[in-house]
Design a protein around this ligand. Structure first.
Ligand SMILES: C[S@@+](CC[C@H](N)C(=O)[O-])C[C@H]1O[C@@H](n2cnc3c(N)ncnc32)[C@H](O)[C@@H]1O
Length: 208
């Protein structure tokens, strides 16, 4: 077998192993997606969510992150949004909608009627087969949420969002730094090493 073919085969074996490991764990713990473990790790690192948090989960389908958030939050409100229909989760207010649209943003403001503690976004644009274009489109979603967060987060609120280490990554980072005092990046173990996905963590709006 040619060397390049051998490397490809061993990489796809590693990806499968990685998926299977988190898939099995999510089934055992009753989570809807392997992505749940990314939020668990992010929360362990940044202590994002507490029992009283008012939280918005963007790109929530199938619901893994919302389940994790709901298990931690005892008194606060959880609202989840996705363009795909999500099966109900107890005590989670779901809206089927596109967060880029003004009417969806208005629904968020109307539901909470006060500023939020936490926004988590695992949104990813639909894949086109062109990795560079996919990364740009997902980073545009991230940039939109960074802008939206300045209107709806409490001054000490936190935003965590998926972002790709693509060509426009630096623009997203600069936008975040223009609005937040503290900006960090973290790639959870549950995120495949081969993927350019990472998570941006933004805290303390500069209006403080
Ligand atoms: C990786 S999945 C999220 C997985 C989820 N965090 C979980 O734990 O189950 C990304 C989601 O982002 C959603 N999405 C992409 N663009 C969106 C938009 N403009 N508004 C709302 N949701 C969007 C997709 O429909 C998709 O379901």
């Amino acid at each position: 077998m040619k060397k390049s073919k051998r490397i490809k085969k061993s990489n796809s074996w590693k990806i499968k192993q990685h998926r299977d490991q988190f898939f099995k764990k999510s089934k055992t713990l009753g989570y809807r997606s392997r992505a749940s473990f990314k939020l668990i790790e992010l929360n362990k690192k940044y202590k994002l969510i507490n029992g009283n948090s008012d939280l918005l989960d963007l790109g929530s389908y199938p619901g893994g992150w919302s389940q994790v958030a709901r298990r931690i939050i005892k008194k606060g409100r959880v609202m989840s949004i996705d363009i795909k229909e999500m099966a109900p989760i107890k005590n989670v207010k779901f809206i089927k909608g596109d967060i880029l649209k003004d009417n969806t943003k208005t629904e968020v403001l109307r539901y909470f009627n006060s500023k939020l503690d936490v926004i988590i976004s695992d949104m990813a644009a639909d894949t086109t087969g062109n990795k560079s274009l996919d990364s740009i489109r997902t980073n545009q979603l991230c940039a939109d949420i960074i802008n939206f967060s300045k209107d709806i987060l409490k001054p000490k609120g936190v935003l965590v969002s998926k972002v790709f280490m693509g060509e426009d990554f630096i623009e997203v980072k600069n936008l975040a730094k223009s609005l937040f005092k503290k900006v960090n990046f973290f790639k959870p173990e549950a995120s495949r090493k081969e993927s350019k996905e990472t998570y941006i963590h933004c805290e303390f709006l500069k209006t403080l």
